[in-house]
Design a protein around this ligand. Structure first.
Ligand code: DGJ
Length: 707
């Protein structure tokens, strides 16, 4: 049978929805239908849920009872018809007179009839987030889970279940994500009759929650979308839902500022005068917000000390945070600050004062991560302290923005605030404590823009997005890697949530050199920021950057809030973002590696209005002479030795005009036939119509409807 929930021990031997250890030590339960009613959706207790600002969503609540134990199970189905989404969650109520232990409580269960399915998951690591892998669903169980304490870059909680031959534009595709930031679990498996069971929720590994008589326990919400229009249709439904019902507060629909972040420009070596020099350049380039990253507090000059000591280092900042903030405001920049509130170094005042506030096991040597420990957020005393401390910093700094970082995985999970028999609650109670803290701070500072971060994308999930409208997607700022990473995120998360920075070349993580154009183009498909030392840029590079930021400001409404289509993936990435009224669109073509004799390339748009006439164009750009190396001698009247002083000198003054595209064409033609772009360089000569499409090159194409 296909079931909406399956409990353990009554003959259904598939992965269960719920497992409870009863007071008598047995594990069986038998939840049978009692009633169903319609009511208004509510978030799960202690956790964020989908936001229903316009009171449009409806809830179906189904109540089931296990007579023997007196436990009640409620299943909630919240229907967001505007986005074609159902959110499922559950609540267990101990209506009996004895304590029980909940060992598993899922958020959703989907049983399918016999069909062929594939599951796509997004796995990775630090600096390698969101690598897509598709696996056939078979008789061996497929599990996508995290056990890091966070939702993790190892396995993002978002999964797709789809027809094996689904494409970007066709085929049945379900997208399922959890509004949860801790250990998660999703499994898919065929039973002996070829029927698929899928469940998703909190990871039951080491989860054991004591439920006293009268107490309740809620699961986080699972967001479920479906589309017959393939991965693309599913993604756009999900994006709409995240934009409308996950992200909230004044920043929900507001264009996000262009920020400059000090991390890759200075690392720990921050001080007021250095930052002000950087800020002046950033302001000239067009930045709107200055973010002081790690290194400003306590005795912090590397990652061995001071986390927890959230007072300013006055040697580096003699005028305090308020002094820096005032000077930035005078320059016309808002001030943002980095914090890692959940952490402490043992070399800190906080640890010396409260060694009992950390998550470690008394009597056992602790396994450190990045030389730091996690504060025990399961302890309300700790979260209250943090709420006050973070508030103090934000007030002193007059902060308009916070980057909330979290830089290690859990080890030695243990809360001193819980008795031995409740240690199985620690990981989930930590997440509840985190939400309590984030809730208090976002309520107190509603206008502050919070950006999530966890060594990049180690906690990129819908739970964090309920508090942080955007998340730092990866510590990998290499444009080519970022194109892949951001494409991975695009399956589940809209561009307005994906923070992406232009950084130095060679890139600090890969040492790859990429053109300013490529770095800008990739960052523009997200919430663009800057993260490098602008002071050292030559004058023409500063001018080019200023022009790019000006362009971004004109188009960021479309790029952050438009409908996103993946037109092509692989060695060549083609994307398009279309404004909600379909009158403006930006396309990207990015080539990872050059291939010979592939001159002809079309740009086939999507999402436009077929009957409208669009101006399709690209912007003028220059091609570097150095790119052609020794070929310079095929046109130079005198011999130029490659890479010589003379070569560089000539290259400084001789800039070659690259191709531009310009035409007027209907949306129908743009989407069906596409635009044949200027032929790419193919080894047989160059003129101003040649599209130099070498390694790591990219172009943006703009489409504007004419009246
Ligand atoms: C990890 C983050 O992802 C980086 O962007 C930076 O903020 C460092 N932490 C600072 O320690």
């Amino acid at each position: 049978m296909r079931l909406e929930l399956s409990s353990y021990g009554k003959g259904d031997i598939r992965d269960p929805f719920i497992v409870v250890r009863n007071a008598d030590g047995s594990f069986s339960s038998d939840f049978l239908f009692e009633k169903a009613e319609k009511c208004a959706p509510k978030p799960p207790e202690g956790m964020p849920g989908a936001y229903d600002g316009a009171d449009e969503a409806e809830r179906l609540a189904v109540t089931l009872k296990d007579k023997a134990s007196g436990l009640t199970l409620e299943l909630y189905y919240d229907v967001y018809a505007d986005c074609d989404v159902i959110c499922r969650s559950s609540r267990i109520v101990n209506g009996g007179d004895k304590p029980v232990t909940v060992l598993r409580l899922m958020s959703t269960q989907l049983d399918f009839s016999k069909d062929e399915w594939a599951m796509t998951v997004f796995h990775g690591a630090w600096a390698r987030e969101m690598e897509k892998q598709t696996l056939p669903v078979g008789y061996a169980k497929l599990v996508n889970s995290s056990f890091t304490g966070t939702s993790s870059s190892r396995s993002n909680p978002f999964v797709m279940l789809h027809e094996p031959d689904a494409t970007e534009t066709a085929g049945a595709c379900y997208g399922i994500n959890l509004i949860y930031s801790g250990n998660h679990y999703s499994s898919a498996q065929l039973n002996s009759f070829g029927k698929l069971r899928f469940v998703s929720g909190i990871n039951p590994e080491q989860f054991a929650w004591t439920l006293l008589p009268g107490e309740t326990l809620d699961s986080p919400q699972a967001v479920m979308v479906f589309s017959r229009k393939g991965f693309g249709g599913m993604s756009r439904n999900m994006h709409r839902f995240v934009r409308r019902h996950i992200v909230r507060g004044p920043w929900r629909d507001r264009e996000r500022p262009i920020l400059i972040n000090s991390w890759e420009a200075c690392y720990f070596d921050v001080n007021e005068s250095r930052l002000l020099r950087l800020a002046k350049e950033a302001k000239k380039a067009g930045a709107e917000l200055f973010v002081l990253d790690d290194g400003w507090f306590g005795e912090r000059s590397d990652d061995f000390s001071s986390l927890g000591d959230w007072y300013v280092n006055t040697k580096k900042f003699p005028n305090g945070l308020s002094g820096l903030s005032r000077k930035l405001k005078e320059l016309g920049l808002d001030f943002g600050i980095w914090m890692e509130p959940e952490m402490v170094n043992t070399d800190s005042r906080l640890y010396r004062e409260h060694p009992d506030w950390t998550m470690d096991i008394p009597g056992r040597e602790h396994s450190e991560g990045r030389n730091q420990r996690i504060l025990d957020l399961a302890n309300a005393e700790v979260t209250d302290y943090l709420a006050e401390t973070v508030s103090g910093v934000l007030e002193e700094a007059g902060a308009a923005y916070v980057k909330w970082d979290m830089n290690r995985i859990f080890s030695d999970v243990f809360s001193r605030s819980l008795p031995a028999e409740r240690q199985g609650e620690t990981a989930h109670r930590y997440v509840l404590g985190l939400y309590r803290l984030m809730e208090a701070l976002t309520r107190k500072f509603p206008d502050v823009l919070f950006e999530g971060c966890s060594s990049g994308g180690n906690r990129f999930d819908l739970g964090i997005l309920c508090y942080c409208p955007q998340i730092w997607a990866s510590d990998n700022t290499d444009a080519v890697c970022r194109a892949r990473i951001q494409e991975g995120y695009s399956y589940a998360y809209p561009m307005s949530t994906v923070s992406a920075h232009i950084s130095a070349s060679p890139n600090h993580q890969t040492l790859r050199r990429t053109a300013p154009e490529t770095r800008f183009d990739v960052a523009a498909f997200g919430v663009l920021g800057l993260e490098y030392n602008l002071c050292d840029l030559p004058a023409d590079a500063k001018k080019e950057l200023a022009a790019q930021l000006e362009l971004y400001r004109r188009w960021r409404g479309v790029l952050q809030y438009g409908d996103f289509y993946r037109l092509q993936s692989g060695n060549v990435h083609k994307w398009i973002c279309v404004s909600p009224d379909r009158r403006r669109a930006v396309g990207l073509v990015l080539r990872e590696l050059a291939e010979p004799n592939t001159q002809y390339e079309d740009f086939k748009a999507a999402g436009l209005e077929p009957g409208l006439i669009y101006r399709f164009y690209s912007l003028p750009h220059k091609v570097e002479l150095m790119k052609f190396g020794d070929l310079v001698n095929t046109v130079s009247p005198v011999h130029i030795k490659q890479d010589s002083q003379a070569h560089y000198l000539v290259a400084r003054f001789v800039k070659l005009a690259g191709e531009t595209e310009e035409c007027r064409v209907s949306g129908a033609v743009l989407m069906n036939a596409g635009i044949r772009l200027s032929p790419a360089y193919g080894g047989t000569g160059f003129n101003e119509h040649t599209r130099v499409s070498s390694d790591f090159s990219s172009r943006l194409y703009f489409m504007e409807a004419e009246d």
